[in-house]
Design a protein around this ligand. Sequence first.
Ligand code: HEM
Length: 419
Amino acid sequence: MRKPTMGAAEENLPPVESVFNPMSSAYCQNPVPQCLALAERGRLVWFAPWQSWIMTQLDDVMDCWKREYLSSDFYDWEYAKPRPPESEWTNFERAMIGHSLLADHTHHRLIRKIVSPAFSRNVVDEIQRRIDPDIKKLYADLGEPESFDFIEKVARHIPFISITRMVGVPEKYWDDIKPCIMKFTEAWNPTLPQERIQAAVDASNRAIDIIIEILAERRKLPHQENDFISVLLKAEETHEDFVEGDIITLILALIGAGADTTLIGQQWTAYSLAKHPEQAQIALSSPEAFTNAFSEVMRWGSPGKMGFARYASEDMELLGQQVRKGQMILLMPHLKNHNPAIFENPEVFDVQRKFDPDVLFGYGPRFCIGASLAKRQLYLSMSEMFKRFPNLSLESEPERDEMDHNSIAFKKLMIKTNL
Ligand code: HEM
């Protein structure tokens, strides 16, 4: 591996990995000092353990998000598995290789435009209407315990509920599709053992077969205006650039991008509000207040570890560094979260803090497509929890799961109901 060249000032500093190590126990306990130290090292910093560049400054990240001068296609990464020949593609490769959301920027924008009606206000309202009883049932099934583990009893069920209700997966398929929804991101995680990756790929292939069956069944029925799949099937009929493969890819992208983020978002919101019960009422006073509160939860907790991956599709000079074709560049907007120059009293949790700009869900053409759905399901879940247990509190400070490579997660989150 050719080592990137360093400036004279950088050569005199200790290696970056001695001040920043998201896999360390210290980071898991408190990421703030390490994030601030990394941001001090420069605008684009080489991080040898991940063989990746890290973009540290918010302005640069926003410019990259907006102008899209880097590739989002992981097959452009120097360590990506070579693309197999088309004759050998399984359903999984068919969905992931020609990935319509990761593909070139022009095609991505076209697909976003075509699918945008599936994320309209009315469709999200309808999805919420379907999810609502499931979330209420999760809490009703708890009964009146002294305490409960929020992760086991609530958070880990939400991604499955959301995706099955959004897509309209009939119950007969639930057992088969569950492993894919819960483990999908393992399918392309190069740090895992090969058998685990293969198990996730197999589960995804089975899930794709199920989605194909569901689409075939749904094509026979009349389309309904506010139904997610109906809207996509209508787009398939009216746009020749949008085919069944694009619907499958989109659903897999929603599973990939929506499952872990929701799981972490739920844990940190429940934790932060239980720790600051005096602010829960303000946070839950309206969906708008909650949107702001959720941004504060994710700023204050700062659970992200990896950032967002991009790849150089050619050799280039970037922010004063020589970047080679194929290298990964991780955008880390979260490094700013506790910078006192950006946020006054950053250690204080304040659900009414002003965010300008608010980039929790990204920015520009790849802004999170599931943002309103994510906020709705979180709002529903938190409102229901505080309605049932208005005096709840944290039973104990939760132990953190140091093995999670993407985020700072909790092993358990024990909530005392104080009924
Ligand atoms: C709970 C919290 C969530 C957060 C904080 C979040 C945040 C983000 C961010 C920052 C991006 C941009 C990533 C980049 O630039 O590489 C993104 C993209 C995306 N998100 Fe989310 N997300 C969340 C939940 C969801 C959910 C529930 C879904 C699906 C229902 C979803 C689907 C997507 C998709 C498909 C993309 C890619 C969009 C594209 O490339 O056009 N996200 N998300």
